[in-house]
Design a protein around this ligand. Structure first.
Ligand SMILES: NC(=O)c1ccc[n+]([C@@H]2O[C@H](COP(=O)([O-])OP(=O)(O)OC[C@H]3O[C@@H](n4cnc5c(N)ncnc54)[C@H](OP(=O)(O)O)[C@@H]3O)[C@@H](O)[C@H]2O)c1
Length: 276
């Protein structure tokens, strides 16, 4: 398998495809499998309950910690400074590591906690060496602007939903303009696009799977790192194997044209911001 390319910004270098671990439960074996298959970017969160499995998987894989780009997130319940610090400590204990490579605020506050307090806590975690880089997830552009104003450290990433059924042109343009990597979650739309006729046609013509075509469409746009999840070792391998073919401009356009107004999946009522 060819080497996995990386994306770099603000001194942060991130392998362009990562392994997602939400809903995987005790994922130690799957994480070890992913690492043995060549993944070097693992995405978890305090909220997923997968951190202990991720830590155990890293341990048993034998892959040196220094080779792994490890991401976790602080949940919206823990955005007060003291709660934030406690959550980071718990995550590090769960993961059995001294630091993570990327720490995200998982969702913006629903409790009107001042942005300055949360961004101060996020930046402090970086300044204390508990994370090498920081970012936000599920923020709209107005919230990112506010976060950047209050954060003494650069925000290197925005993590958000992205797949062919969801147009994210505005936030992707914003990220490019401001030197932020966009980490694409739900890149396979949690399986909703596997019957799509356009994707089926392109996949057949290319002798690739639909998952590979979709992940290729994402990585080929540059500046975007998809983090697909799978519980199946064959698919885990397949999802990383997307760097040995190129989609034509026409294929890219046809996939972009699949975006639809009801394409968004992660949209929790009362918690989601007004999306761009
Ligand atoms: N920041 C946030 O708020 C947020 C929100 C959602 C997700 N995330 C992160 O993003 C990661 C990915 O998103 P997701 O887990 O929601 O969904 P996803 O990666 O879009 O889709 C996962 C689904 O696709 C299937 N699948 C994976 N590879 C496949 C392949 N090659 N062929 C056929 N089916 C395949 C999996 O089934 P099998 O297991 O059977 O293969 C699973 O049902 C998460 O695990 C999490 O780390 C972050």
């Amino acid at each position: 398998m060819p080497a996995i390319p990386s994306l770099t910004t603000h001194g942060c270098t991130m392998p362009q495809v990562g392994f997602g671990t939400s809903q995987l439960g005790d994922c130690a074996d799957l994480v070890a499998t992913a690492l043995k298959l060549g993944y070097r970017h693992i995405d978890t969160a305090w909220k997923y309950g997968s951190e202990k499995g991720v830590g155990a998987g890293i341990h048993t894989s034998g892959v040196p910690r220094s080779e792994i780009f490890l991401v976790t997130k602080v949940s919206h319940e823990n955005l007060r400074a003291a709660d934030f610090a406690r959550s980071v400590d718990e995550s590090l204990r769960n993961l059995q590591v001294d630091y993570v490579d990327m720490l995200h605020v998982h969702w913006p506050t629903i409790d009107k906690i001042p942005m300055a307090e949360t961004m101060g806590a996020l930046a402090k975690a970086k300044q204390q060496g508990l994370t090498r880089h920081i970012g936000v997830a599920n923020f709209n552009i107005a919230l990112i602007e506010e976060a950047r104003r209050h954060c003494p450290e650069p925000l290197a990433t925005l993590q958000g939903e992205y797949h062919p059924y969801l147009d994210q042109t505005k936030v992707l343009d914003y990220c490019r303009k401001h030197g932020m990597i966009f980490t694409a979650y739900c890149p396979l739309a949690r399986g909703r696009l596997f019957q799509d006729p356009v994707l089926t046609e392109i996949a057949q013509a290319r002798s690739k799977t639909i998952a590979q075509v979709v992940l290729r469409w994402i990585v080929q746009q540059g500046n975007i790192a998809p983090i697909p999840r799978s519980s199946n070792p064959e698919r885990i391998a397949q999802n990383l194997d997307v760097f040995n073919f190129t989609l034509s401009d026409d294929e890219m356009k046809r996939i972009h044209a699949l975006a639809r107004p009801d394409g968004r999946i992660a949209n929790p009522a009362g918690r989601a911001p007004a999306w761009d």
